[in-house]
Design a protein around this ligand. Sequence first.
Ligand SMILES: NC(=O)c1ccc[n+]([C@@H]2O[C@H](COP(=O)([O-])OP(=O)(O)OC[C@H]3O[C@@H](n4cnc5c(N)ncnc54)[C@H](O)[C@@H]3O)[C@@H](O)[C@H]2O)c1
Length: 352
Amino acid sequence: MKILITGNMGYVGPVVLRRLRHSHRDAELVGYDAGFFAHCLTGASRFSESRADAQFFGDIRSVSDDVLRGVDAVVHLCAISNDPMGASFEKVTLDINYKASIDLARKAKRAGVKKFVFASSCSVYGFAEGGSRREEDALNPLTAYAKSKVQTEQDLASLASEGFSATCLRFATACGMSDRLRLDLVLNDFVAGALVSKHINILSDGTPWRPLIHVKDMARAIDWAVQRDHKDGGTFLTVNVGSDAWNYQVKDLAEAVAKLVPNIKISINKDAQPDKRSYRVNFGKFSKLAQGFLPEVDLQSAVQDLRDGLIAMKFDDPEFRTGEYIRLVTLKRLRESGQLTNSLEWEDRRGS
Ligand SMILES: NC(=O)c1ccc[n+]([C@@H]2O[C@H](COP(=O)([O-])OP(=O)(O)OC[C@H]3O[C@@H](n4cnc5c(N)ncnc54)[C@H](O)[C@@H]3O)[C@@H](O)[C@H]2O)c1
């Protein structure tokens, strides 16, 4: 089996590569990434991409058919991966997350790829009061990022066929340690703040609901999707990925961190604008379909793992919210230094 993983040099990618290398020892694993955050490493003992059999450096907007030759399954992680980046680079987000994703899927289908696994997001539910959201419920994408995920899902639905199955994994918000850590994710931010400033600064009033998933459990779900038979779930499947037990309110997360990092102050912002994201999610369909690949990490271990990972990398930057582990900050720095163009292409590789 040959598996192409796009966007493998970000936060989730290294964990996915490790998982797939372990569970598909004979598979040929190929990465494809522009490398925007390739330098944002966190002191891993081994260069993550050495687990791949080959690594391409390229822009997904101009991916060539050659990359897809002989590929059986595509795991498509590549994206402008959160709301703040989507707000700053709105058109680029649409181009990369939607247009290039569908272009890739079309090319993949033409090249004989059998499975397309798309990293979607629970943010498609936007602000949803009341009960927990199921896959069939109305969507409420409120940001460029969330809209790009909805549009891609919709077009994948019409591309999917007997020989080309598409699985849209609507992931909860990720957390946990990675070789390329992100600190713009709620739990990761709380643990970093607790360690370096003894302070968790909740930007909202703490009440928004935010289902979470550990990055290792995301990799487990991706492994399931790569293996799944379309007889279970159909040639086109959209599924919420996470667990019912991990539907938390933001203030619960802060309290979980406070249990493991003692003597910290938690502050909430009583005057905050209502959070654009608040939803509970029903993960029943996933737990029915993906037996053997369901989330295993508990919240306490997730916090411990982050705390220990940050300590091991001697993390001590109280200004981390303006530092390199914030994806938007890194993109803006690359842009301001002229290395990336306004449309987020490498200046010195334009047209390549
Ligand atoms: N982290 C989360 O909480 C979360 C939750 C739900 C869904 N997802 C989805 O999972 C996927 C991976 O997320 P992540 O946290 O690893 O994001 P990330 O930003 O850390 O990684 C994204 C990767 O895509 C690459 N990339 C971006 N634009 C590219 C382009 N034009 N050409 C080639 N490569 C490009 C970047 O270089 C980067 O390595 C994304 O699709 C994201 O939307 C993430």
